[in-house]
Design a protein around this ligand. Structure first.
Ligand SMILES: Nc1ncnc2c1ncn2[C@@H]1O[C@H](COP(=O)(O)OP(=O)(O)O)[C@@H](O)[C@H]1O
Ligand SMILES: [Mg+2]
Length: 358
């Protein structure tokens, strides 16, 4: 039976979301053709082999028990796996007899592939993918370059634009360039969106309605990244398209739609849907749904994605489609958009996980 490392947690502001996504993947998988090796990364970035019950993952108590062993990637490409330290002291040398005990014993844990279920920085951004590729471990999902590209909202826009897709006008600037950057941002008009260039789950994003609110919004975005992007607001509503790649063929889910009653799709709305609703399928005609799917596939190809991804777009009242962003590792909880779109197209959660992991 294949062994697949399901990697969860991560040194990211989206650590908690990853725990929920990974748990759903572990609970819903069929379990007949692969065995899950649970690899947890703490908020601080410590890697562990986790051998406890999956239920402790979403509760965030997985690291506290005695079922956690320090682990690291084995960079020897022929071994394609991890090195685990099962000694009670972890990486530390045994204190009982410091003269004799000078090392730790490491056990090799080979795997056939890795499925990173990590969101945001240090996980969805190509860093973990690069490390896995270097270690000779096949990655399920997007590879290093595409993951890194999609993490950078501006670069992803540029590549999509070069493939003929409409993107919002934007201005990127650093902390040092903020005065000039804000002046250029004002030219975009209001409302405008101020975002950290590389983050997720709407962290650090503000919809700026008037000039007096701009500075505080920039300050907030700078708490999440040292680069900020200012984007013109695209009117209309948000639509998404889930894509699953099988032997090079792209399978799309039903297009979904976010109905907002106020503000924007911020953290509260994403995870608690307080005032917004998600419609699957989207309330659009067949022709429009078809155009959205074709645009999403064109973006998928232009950005060099692989395995799976959720492409987020805006649909204007005039029927124009704009690219917003790609989530290379979208939320995978049972209530998340990617599984919802696949389910609406007749592919249930377990089947979706099965199809990802064959
Ligand atoms: N240019 C824009 N026009 C209209 N709404 C936007 C724009 N950019 C972002 N938003 C709103 O903000 C939300 C979060 O922005 P997004 O770029 O998707 O960041 P994240 O990676 O955190 O999800 C979107 O889902 C949407 O509701
Ligand atoms: Mg988004």
């Amino acid at each position: 039976m294949k062994k697949i490392a399901v990697i969860f947690g991560g040194c990211s502001s989206e650590y908690a979301v990853s725990l929920q996504s990974a748990y759903a993947v572990l609970k819903n998988r069929n379990g007949t053709h692969w065995e899950a090796v649970m690899v947890g990364i703490s908020r601080e970035g410590r890697w562990y082999l986790y051998e406890g019950v999956p239920e402790r993952i979403p509760e965030d108590t997985w690291e506290a028990g005695d079922k956690c062993y320090p682990l690291t990637l084995c960079l020897d490409r022929d071994r394609h796996g991890f090195l685990v330290c099962r000694g009670t002291d972890g990486w530390r040398r045994k204190k009982t007899d410091p003269e004799k005990e000078t090392g730790v014993s490491l056990e090799l844990l080979p795997v056939d592939a890795a499925l990173p279920i990590l969101h945001g920085r240090n996980g969805e951004d190509g860093t973990v993918q690069g490390a896995l590729e270097l270690a000779g471990i096949p990655v399920i999902g997007c590879k290093t370059l595409a993951s890194a590209l999609c993490m950078d909202k501006e670069l992803a826009h540029r590549v999509a634009a070069s493939a003929g897709v409409r993107v919002p006008s934007s201005v990127v600037f650093s902390k040092e360039e903020r005065t000039a950057g804000m002046a250029r941002a004002r030219e975009l008009g209001y409302p405008l969106f101020i975002k950290p260039l590389r983050a997720g789950s709407s962290f650090g994003i503000t919809k700026v309605m008037e000039p007096s609110a701009l500075e505080a919004a920039v300050q907030r975005a700078l708490e999440y990244d040292d680069l900020v992007t200012a984007e013109e607001m695209i009117p209309g509503f948000e639509v998404g398209c889930a894509i699953l790649e099988e032997k090079g063929k792209l399978v799309t889910g039903e297009v979904d739609e976010i109905e907002l009653s106020e503000g924007f799709f911020d953290y509260e709305e994403k995870y608690h849907l307080k005032t917004s609703r998600i419609h699957v399928p989207a309330r659009v005609d067949k022709e429009t749904a078809g155009r959205i799917k074709r645009t999403a596939k064109a973006i998928y190809r232009a950005l060099g994605l692989s395995g799976f991804a959720r492409v987020d777009l805006f649909l204007t009242p005039q029927g124009q489609i704009y690219f917003n962003e790609v989530n290379t590792i979208p939320g995978f909880t049972e209530h998340s958009r990617f599984p919802g779109m696949m389910r609406a197209a007749g592919i249930g959660f377990s089947e979706m996980i099965d199809r990802l992991t064959v």
